[in-house]
Design a protein around this ligand. Structure first.
Ligand code: S3P
Length: 167
């Protein structure tokens, strides 16, 4: 019988979900899974192409189903895409799970991710877009999270330690 994910990581792009998730999986001797990668594999195209070809709403629906499947099947460490919490159905799937929110302030986000246009939501004016994105999402990350770990001044190893201590 499945016991559900050991840890679910949420947080903005660049907060370290993949790096920290892989470290946590290694430490726990558990598998790592990432819903962005699941969607790319299932669709056979990049996320940026899904956004351009079918729009964000369609991507969020694909993401909700990817989260539903992962939460049901995966017993290791699970990282979600940065915008997964925007969807109420996705948030509902996280109820009761050990969710850690990797938080990051706007200046750190600009420094880490900056003008990375491969990330479709940040194509123009990254600082302003980061500010808007964080304002729109912060309360949603907090709503689903059991613990919050500020990543700004921490290495991925330190973030992984903090998640394990806090959960
Ligand atoms: C998104 C974050 C990305 C990916 C997609 C949309 C977002 O995931 O799901 O580009 O809305 O913040 P990462 O947080 O893994 O980069």
């Amino acid at each position: 019988m499945s016991t559900g994910p050991l840890i679910v990581l949420v947080g903005p792009m660049g907060s370290g979900k993949s790096t920290v998730g892989a470290l946590l999986a290694e430490r726990l001797g558990a598998p790592y899974r990432d819903t962005d990668a699941d969607i790319v594999a299932a669709e056979g195209r990049e996320i940026s192409d899904i956004f351009v070809e079918d729009g964000e709403e369609h991507f969020r629906a694909l993401e909700r189903e990817a989260v539903r499947a992962a939460v049901a099947e995966h017993t290791g460490v699970l990282a979600l895409g940065g915008g997964a919490v925007l969807d109420a159905g996705t948030r509902a799937l996280l109820t009761g799970l050990p969710v850690a929110y990797l938080s990051m302030d706007v200046e750190e986000a600009v420094r880490r991710v900056g003008l990375n246009t491969a990330r479709p939501l940040l194509a123009v004016n990254p600082r302003r877009q980061w500010r808007e994105l964080m304002e729109a999402r912060r309360h949603l990350y907090t709503e689903v999270a059991r613990v919050v770990v500020a990543t700004d001044d921490k290495t991925p190893e330190e973030v992984a330690d903090a998640v394990l201590d806090a959960l």
